[in-house]
Structures are given as structure tokens and as C-alpha cells.
Design a protein around this ligand. Sequence first.
Ligand code: NAI
Length: 247
Amino acid sequence: MSEQNGKVIIITGGASGIGKETALQLSDLGATIVIADYNEEGARKLASEIEAGGGTAGAYKVDVSKGDEIKALIDWTVEKYGTLSGIFNNAGIGLVKPFLEMDPESYHRVIDVDQHSVYYGMYYGAKKMVELNVQGTIVNTASIYGSIAAVGSFNYNAAKAAVVMMSKSGALELAEHGIRVVGVAPGFIDTPILGDDKAMKDALATQHMRGELIQPEKVASVVTFLFSDAASAVNGSTIAVDDGFLS
Ligand code: NAI
């Protein structure tokens, strides 16, 4: 794993789950982290923890479904830390409903938070990197549900499938600027997004080869690798971190 010293990386949804573990791993390797989350208290708490441990981290309250807020987040980051080396477009929500109850509000909310946020992060992030002449990396969180359909997940399936293609399409156009775009497609990860229904979580766990939910640090270590120079030949791909779920 190469060094992350001197890199400045924004992590959306950084206050919890996959984003939080990624913030911890990247900061351990020397990166400056901006924890961008709707949950301002959680973001501040994690930034303080990282700083107390000798790292550098800032917290920023953002609603990723709003393009002007993502643009402001990127401007704030560069003003405060001097550059932008990477952005992890990771914040997301689920809103499970049968298709015949998938009213426009429920559909659009998930598309806005899980898909449009990724476009905003890629667009404003890449423009800033080009302006700064930085050969940066963009990592997007997709899902196994970007490849297979699930009952009650029409909105989420649509958003995550779009994220898989956005990583390919963005990589194709940004390569000439030295910017890599890649994705991760997690299986079921043991984070708050899954809720409290133990029976449901136990059933989901059995779908993985090792028969258990995946811990968020296992996704974080792949994301950390993707941000490293060792991953320079990984471009446009979305890497499954699903313990064989799709196999
Ligand atoms: P989590 O619930 O632990 O973390 C999600 C974070 O996103 C939270 O801190 C939340 O405050 C933040 N967030 C939600 N809406 C936001 C908004 N509008 N603006 C700013 N921040 C917002 O969940 P987890 O598992 O860490 O999820 C991270 C990503 O991984 C999501 O995109 C999710 O769809 C994806 N994923 C998760 C899986 C799982 O089983 N946990 C499986 C596949 C994908």
C-alpha cells in the first residue's frame, strides 16, 4: 500500500459505516480527511478522534443531494487544506418499498441521494482537480444491487446501476487529465443502514460465502487501496467486495 501523505481526500457519508472506517484507514496512512456528512455531530466527533490521534481531519455538514452544497464543500476543502487529491462519493440511503408503492417522492429521494450526489461529487471534484492540475482519484460506492434486482429496491437498484456506469463513463473522459474513477460494490455490510431487524440480517448473512455480514473495515481497505498509487491500473471498474455474494 502506498503512502497517502500530503493527500487531501473528501469522504461523503464519512460519519458512519464504510465512510468512517475509510476515514480512519486513510488518515492512518497520512491523508488529510474531510468528513462530509449530513450528521454533523458524528462528523465532528470522528474528526476530533482523528486529530486526537495525531491525524488531520475536518468536518463539514453537507446534504449530498444538493449540488450547490457539494460545490461549496469542495471549495471549502481547497481553501482550508490547499488541494484536493480525492473524493469518495459514498453517502447513501435505502428506502425499501414494493414497486406499486414506489411513489415519485420515494423514487426521487433515493435517486437524489444515491445517484445525483455521485454526479455532483464527480463533476465539481474533477473540475477542481483539473483547475488545480491534480491527478486525483474518485471512488464511488455502488452495490451488488447495481448488478442484480431485489424486491422493494427499484429506486436503489436504479441508482446503484447508474453509479456503476458513471464510474466507467467518467473514467473514460477524465483519463486524459490523469484522473482515475473507480467504484466499489459492497455485499451486505454490518452498518446502521441495514436497520435493527436481526432476523433479516441473519438471512442476508447466509447469502455470503462465509455466512456472515461483511465488516465495514473490509470495504474500507479496498477503497484505501483504490486511492493508492498501487491501484493506478484500476480505472473505470467497480470492484465487488461481497464475499462471493454474486458468484
Ligand atoms: P451508514 O448508514 O452507516 O452510513 C451512511 C452515511 O451517509 C451516514 O453517516 C449518513 O448520515 C450519510 N448520509 C445519508 N444521507 C446523506 C445526505 N443526504 N447527505 C450527506 N450524508 C448523508 O451506511 P453504509 O453502509 O456505510 O453506507 C455507505 C454506502 O454504502 C451507501 O452508499 C450505501 O448505499 C452503500 N452500500 C451499503 C451496503 C450495506 O450493506 N451496508 C451494501 C451496499 C452498498
